[in-house]
Design a protein around this ligand. Structure first.
Ligand code: BG6
Length: 512
């Protein structure tokens, strides 16, 4: 009989989340992500007693850096639990160490192997390893290949080896396929944890709870009742000094292929047979595979790209995208994208799904808004006009996490005048607690061997298949292009072409 002790998934479901002793190696330990997210998240887990005894973190990067000192500052600035508790920090820091080394140097992996063997002896980590690859993508293949060659990947589950791979997982279908092949030549799929931090967000996970733990919404969740869906991920920030990365990526690669398509998949998937890694991911991949291919020669009827020009962020003047450091002054990289999609299956057939993401929008807001079909016959007048204002269910991912339902209500008084009102649920008010950071949940899940909230290879490839076609369509359109991409002033809701995309269907974007 399986007991919770030997079933980490069951432990997870029951809330008894304590992983087996292990060491985590962070490749790219001198980078921003390690400082801002990874180590602060691990410290918070330590403060909540969720890490296993003897847990060790080994940083690795080319430069020699005062790792422990830097991590102390990083935790002091970025951990959710602040100020730092000095006794807790001492215990946590005892497990921190650093090895300088180039990712293409076999000798560095030999040093790492010997170092990890010592840690096993001293801290009882039993050969269990999580390798976190948080480097620029150029090093992914080197690291995976060298780990394999150095014999650092265990064949079985005891001890375990798990490899977390940061985004971007490829830059188009072909490169994602090649990277996936490299991974699978060294690792089993169950050992690969492709991370998408959106899946670690509480509100993103709540899409599944909302849909599959409540009886009243699911019967309406289909093309009979839903008119259209809008997914928005707006950011007020610009590219934050990441010009040379961003100019090669663009919003489709940076936000849509990964984060937004994960939101889309969770919103649109069928109920899985169980809350288990493969059952959930089987259903998500079906959604991505059902995305209708966009016509190459009409790509600009289905998609809109934009670039922010100079403007304002909270009253401060900010430069246009093409003036940002690291960006080509003639760049055709999009900082805004809007798409119209169809999921060609029984549930969603005929329901347009509008997706938009952009930098330098008026505010930071991510939401999924489901607009239901209007009543078949308008009976009541609102301000003299017959009212067919639709019901809208908005799942607010961030900030002000919550869910609102808009419906019509009678205006007090002697008439039957209906007015829209909202029913609000807010996380903060209902649960009175700050939600954990996405990385806390995902790092813990990986240590527990639970890959439900990580993307499987076929999912990544399905999403790239769709996005690569869009990229091809854009490349063709650019051969005919004279002049820049459609521009929008920084601090506004995107180019006018985006409004036209919906206006052609008789619709408008929501103002979240
Ligand atoms: C990252 C992108 O993956 O997600 C960034 O590279 C973006 O460009 C960020 O700003 C958004 O994440 P969040 O959690 O702030 O919504």
């Amino acid at each position: 009989m399986t007991t919770t002790q030997d079933n980490p998934l069951l432990q997870g479901l029951l809330g008894e989340r304590r992983p087996e002793p292990c060491a985590m190696v962070i490749f790219g330990a001198s980078g921003d992500l390690t400082r801002r997210k990874l180590v602060p998240a691990l410290y918070t887990l330590a403060s909540e007693r969720k890490l296993p005894a003897g847990f060790a973190i080994v940083g690795m990067a080319r430069r020699d850096i005062p790792f422990v000192e830097q991590m102390h500052q990083a935790v002091a600035r970025h951990a959710r639990r602040r100020p730092i508790d000095s006794e807790l920090w001492q215990g946590f820091a005892a497990g921190l160490s650093y090895i300088p080394g180039a990712f293409d140097d076999p000798a560095a992996y030999e040093r790492l192997r010997a170092h990890l063997a010592r840690i096993d002896q001293e801290r009882g980590t039993r050969g269990n390893r999580v390798f976190y690859i948080s480097t620029p993508p150029e090093s992914f293949v080197d690291i995976i290949t060298h780990l394999g060659r150095a014999g650092m990947i265990s064949a079985g589950n005891e001890p375990f080896t798990r490899v977390i791979i940061e985004k971007p997982f490829g830059r188009d279908l072909q490169s994602a396929q090649a990277l996936n092949d490299t991974c699978l030549s060294v690792l089993r799929e169950e050992q690969i944890y492709r991370i998408d931090h959106y899946l670690g967000k509480e509100t993103v996970q709540n899409i599944l709870v909302f849909r599959f733990a409540n009886g009243i919404f699911e019967p309406l969740w289909n093309n009979r009742y839903i008119d259209n869906v809008q997914l928005t991920v707006a950011e007020s920030i610009g590219i934050e000094g990441r010009g040379s990365y961003y100019d090669r990526a663009g919003t489709l690669r940076d936000m849509v292929q990964n984060h937004m398509f994960q939101l889309l998949a969770l919103m649109a998937m069928e109920p899985p047979v169980a809350f288990e890694p493969d059952a959930v991911r089987d259903e998500k991949v079906k959604v991505l595979r059902a995305l209708r291919e966009l016509p190459l020669d009409e790509i600009e009827r289905w998609t809109v790209r934009g670039q922010y020009g100079p403007g304002y962020d909270q009253g401060q003047a900010v430069p246009g995208y093409r003036e940002e450091p690291g960006v080509s002054p003639s760049s055709l990289t999009e900082t805004y994208v809007a798409l119209k999609l169809y999921i060609d299956n029984w549930r969603w057939g005929g329901v347009p799904i509008y997706v938009r993401a952009g930098k330098r929008m008026p505010k930071r807001v991510s939401e999924i808004a489901i607009t239901f079909k209007s009543v078949p016959h308008a009976l009541l007048a609102q301000g003299g006009r017959l009212s067919q204002e639709p019901n809208v269910l908005a799942l607010r991912i961030q900030p002000d996490e919550g869910i609102t339902l808009k419906f019509l209500s009678k205006t007090p008084g002697p008439t039957m005048d209906p007015r829209p009102v909202t029913m609000d649920f807010r996380y903060g008010t209902s649960f009175g607690a700050e939600p954990p950071e996405a990385y806390e949940r995902l790092l813990l899940d990986c240590m527990l061997g639970d890959s439900t909230l990580f993307t499987r290879g076929d999912e990544v490839l399905a999403s790239w298949r769709f996005c690569t076609r869009v990229l091809q369509g854009w490349a063709q359109a650019d051969e005919r292009r004279r002049g820049p991409l459609p521009q929008y002033e920084a601090g506004t809701w995107g180019p006018k072409e985006a409004a036209e995309l919906l206006a052609r269907d008789g619709r408008a974007w929501r103002r979240p």
